[in-house]
Design a protein around this ligand. Sequence first.
Ligand code: GUN
Length: 282
Amino acid sequence: MIRIDGKQIAADIKAECREQADALTARGVTPCLAVIQVGNDPASTVYVGNKKKACAACNIKSLAYELPEETPEAELLALIETLNADASVHGILVQLPLPRHISEKKVLKTISPLKDVDGFHEQNVGALVTGSDGFVSCTPAGIIELLKRSGVQMDGKNAVVCGRSNIVGKPMALLLLRENATVTVCHSHTADLRAVTKQADILIAAIGKPKFFNSSYVKEGAAVIDVGIHRMENGKLCGDLDYDDVAPHTSAITPVPGGVGPMTIAMLMHNCIRAAQLSAGE
Ligand code: GUN
């Protein structure tokens, strides 16, 4: 069994990004990411802080916009338009969730698709569906990198994605399809979840329920990826998998923490570099 080291693989990707950032800067283009947070949701503050730190580590400039909870929608949209028009800004990220009075859909549509390093704009989602170039949502893109860099074959394998969110489940299914896996998407209305997951050579657990999947859901020798992250009563983190029960039955598995989590930010850095390269005509 391989314990997939997301922390190490993310560090490798960030080192690659730093080299590319330095090369861009030497050519007169300093990669720059604008990060916008509206309100002060504590989890969002941690995520945004980690994104800023990763930018610093990769020699990517970061601009932080911390707006109050009551910021009018029009004001946020105007800021995005200003950043769209600013040639020195290559990536724009609006941390989700947004306060209830702001339409997430409107905000995501307003970000220029060329600066949409989260890959949430409908144009980038459409590009993923049709197999065109575009930005891909960071968490599923990171999972593909984890599988590739751990030597897990996807071509011809049964891949089962549990969860159908726009950020993870749906793009994950499309990316696995692009790698020639036979893909099934399960969700809360799936009639017999265990019967489906038992067929998976590659199992992606992204349902947001702590320790939901035990070994009874897993085919012997499967590669299993845990997208969940939950704080338990004892203060420790766990994922959607009952790791200790599942791990002995797998060929490869990601831990929580130190699996998928660090990859999301590494792929964000990768997308920022790509956005800067595109702006430089590369
Ligand atoms: N909130 C939770 N995950 C994400 C993410 O990947 N991007 C943004 N912008 N907000 C998030």
